[in-house]
Design a binder for this molecule. Sequence first.
Ligand code: NAG
Ligand code: NAG
Ligand code: NAG
Ligand code: NAG
Ligand code: NAG
Ligand code: NAG
Length: 323
Amino acid sequence: MFSRAFTLISSVVIFAIYPAAGQPYNDGTKEVTLGQIKNLVTFGDSFTDILSTSDGRTSWPIYAASYANLTLYPYAHAGATCSNNLTHLSSPSVFESQLPAYYNDTSTGTIHLSPASTLYTLWIGTNDVGLKSLLIGHDSASLVDVTKCMVNWLQDLYTRGARNFLFQNMIPLEKTPLYSKNSWPNRYWHLERNTTEWNVFMRELTLSGNELTSLMLQAIVPTLHGAHIGIFDTHSLFADMSSNPAKYLNGTAALNVDDAVNKCVYELNGGPTTNCTTIQGTDRDSYLWYDELHPSEQAERIVAQVIAQVAMGEGNKWITWLS
Ligand SMILES: *[C@@H]1O[C@H](CO)[C@@H](O)[C@H](O)[C@H]1NC(C)=O
Ligand SMILES: *[C@@H]1O[C@H](CO)[C@@H](O)[C@H](O)[C@H]1NC(C)=O
Ligand SMILES: *[C@@H]1O[C@H](CO)[C@@H](O)[C@H](O)[C@H]1NC(C)=O
Ligand SMILES: *[C@@H]1O[C@H](CO)[C@@H](O)[C@H](O)[C@H]1NC(C)=O
Ligand SMILES: *[C@@H]1O[C@H](CO)[C@@H](O)[C@H](O)[C@H]1NC(C)=O
Ligand SMILES: *[C@@H]1O[C@H](CO)[C@@H](O)[C@H](O)[C@H]1NC(C)=O
């Protein structure tokens, strides 16, 4: 496990000598203009799925569409990865299912969206790097393959005419109850494991993966004329929510960034007893996590507020515009 971590660190070091790394790109003139965006087209996994919602209630695209008066075209599916060619899970992936469904809808005339007034978002990676894929070495794919795939999403849509993009990077998954050092046997994993090792490796995967996508996006910007590309740094936003919960969480219970609204403690190796607890009512908004892996509804409202601001042409400190 650690030899894998070191391999990816060395590949990141090679990229890090690229001179543009870390330069601020938001010069204030690149943002989409006020009132321009009317349509929101979303791709991704359970964090973005509006039917199989991961917060137990209402997911962020619904809130974002309502906050900014947008028409929503939701293509994200719970359990998805970027490509089943790379990390094979049974859910509809971005490349094999979500993009084809969108292209089908546009070619059959089911939907017709003007490039100037449409914002495309992708929030993917949680399953790609997670406990069914890279974290346990389940696939032959590497973090490099998976991050290239994420960037290809943008290029693929660009060739089909899309122009406004928001790329949501991976959250610090190591802070979720599932990947924390103090994790417990739960609905996602109840077998023996070293929680410290998972935590350390997950931190490397999210940090390195986000740096790779950022560098790759910067590298392709000059080839994508007329495109507006923003990186939504959800990694930093969730890190801030975790460190400064009082700025974001507003429920009636004590603020909590370690447990979950809907928490289930399993017996190790899946014995007969599970101890599930669910936080009710307005207390829920005191929690950062809904379950062991997913953001709470209040965390999703915060994500939605950022996206709504972008759609309305307002600046936001979590967005860096590359073009
Ligand atoms: C919301 O958007 C629709 C469709 O673009 C438009 O007809 C309507 O006037 C908008 N409503 C508000 C309150 O801006
Ligand atoms: C997945 O594999 C198929 C068959 O080899 C190929 O046609 C397709 O382009 C691949 N998709 C991606 C996203 O690499
Ligand atoms: C393609 O669009 C048609 C017409 O809307 C629909 O009947 C069909 O199920 C779609 N196929 C896919 C793969 O989404
Ligand atoms: C878990 O992994 C950490 C880091 O490699 C190590 O220090 C610790 O001893 C391991 N714990 C157990 C119980 O094996
Ligand atoms: C917390 O704030 C959100 C808006 O961000 C609001 O919709 C929600 O009702 C608030 N929760 C409570 C318990 O007041
Ligand atoms: C069940 O979990 C709750 C909250 O995690 C804890 O307070 C309680 O003691 C647990 N009950 C049992 C029987 O383990």
